[in-house]
Design a protein. Sequence first.
Lengths: 317, 262
Amino acid sequence: MSDVIAQATGLVKTYPPRDKRSAPFTAVNGIDFTLHRGEAFGFLGPNGAGKSSTMRMLACVSPPTAGTLRVLGLDPAADGRRIRARIGVVPQDDALDTELSVRENLLIYGRYFGLSTDVIDERATGLLDFAQLSDKAAERVDALSGGMRRRLTIARSLINEPEILLLDEPTTGLDPQARHVLWDRLFRLKQQGVTLVLTTHYMDEAEQLCDRLVVMDGGKIVAMGSPAELIAAHATREVLELRFGIGEQAAALDKLRQAVTGDRIEELPDRLLWYTAEGDAALAAAHTLGLTPVTALVRRSSLEDVFLALTGRTLVD
Amino acid sequence: MTTDTAPRGMALRFYRYCWLHYRRNWKGTIVISVANPLLFLIAIGAGLGTIVGSHVAALGGVSYLAFFAPGMLAAASMQNGIIESAFPVSYHRMPGRAYPVAVATPLEPVDVLNGHALFMAVKVAIGATAFCAVMFAFGVATSPLAALTLPAAALTGFAFAMPVTAWAVTLPDVRPVQTLFKWVVMPLYLFSGTFFATTQLPEAAQHLVALTPLWHGVELCRTLTLGTATWAGSLTHTAYLSAMALAGYLLARRNFRRHLHP
């Protein structure tokens, strides 16, 4: 894990103004991170946090405005071609040619990397097997489901046998079953030694896949660590979720805040979150106070709670 | 963006994609790019043209068909150059389409531009070849110089394709392309000497028309077909169209880099 595969220092991305009236937009505002060979690294954050801009810089399709970036030991500003030849990219929108067949999409992409037709054919057979699409090879992409398309996009991104795989929101828009199939495929890739870098705004995805992650907000990194470390550092062991009848939440919050010392209580539009070591004990205490929540749920803290603690906002609105 | 030198054949990788994509889409454009100009040639040149006497001085002593055909060739070539650039470039540059995919591989934006520009040039040349074959079959050409009409028409189309490519890669969607056809292509088509000699226009309008690119394409094609070309005239027209293609290409290089590797 000590082998550094990418490193950023003071990385900034500012986009020029769209027209004369608007101002330049800084999407990434001075971030530092180090990626190690073979790990799965996540960028977690809400829309607009700067995750995708960071990924685009790592993918060498967007030059950094300031700071230094090294990918595979090379400078993207000077060696973009060579870096891109050794990485794989899974864009959020799939970016397949829907009028071409599954196999033709792999053929085209393999040609971009300068591979011969023989090599592409051989790899495509293995990749389609990996993506569980062997029986769809001759079909046009517009006949595939969303989950199949995403798996094809991953198969395509592996045609050059990349050392780093960049995945932007890999399971956004997929149903739960398709997500689990995809996680399984990504886990296999990681076991084969491919370094995975992904963005997500799903905390369960980050917890499932990532060895380490950073939480981004407003173009900055607000926390870094393993999922367990982040939860230990920024949340309690358990959370009590309390939902009240319409109009009753504000009064209940007042009562709790007066009675409870030491624990943090967060207010969301539809519920209260009570961060505590012992959720059941907290619920008993709430009942003792005379509170009558419509529903009460005790659960373990997640990255969602980490994000709420760090930014005061929820991840998915 | 990069300093490393381009390995050979980078542009050809995208060029080959264009052909594969076209194999699935040729039905959509073959009518407008090849069949339509030929129908115009037959309906107006050989049909309507028979009621226009060849004694009309403005035609320079040739039949209306002989006058109209090379003008139509240049106008059709312009239209093909714009069809081959405006729609595909503004389509492929959008998120999830061919351009962003290609520039995430070892290809640079300039490779994508070069490959696509080569494809446009070939497509414009194919359209011009089909038209020339029919035009010559009508016995319109009276001079050995007519052999140069084909490259002249291809140059005309390419001269339009390059600046339109530079513009189309900046578009957020395809709608402005329709405006281009309504307000630029159609007036040029009608008033650049395609259907009638521009000497029939008021003098001020003649000077204005002589500044526009299609007029140079029409004059170049017509004088070559009819054997009335002069060195000075042909070189002027060729220089105008070449400069337009080059300026468009250089602008496209810059715009491709800015928009595909923002």
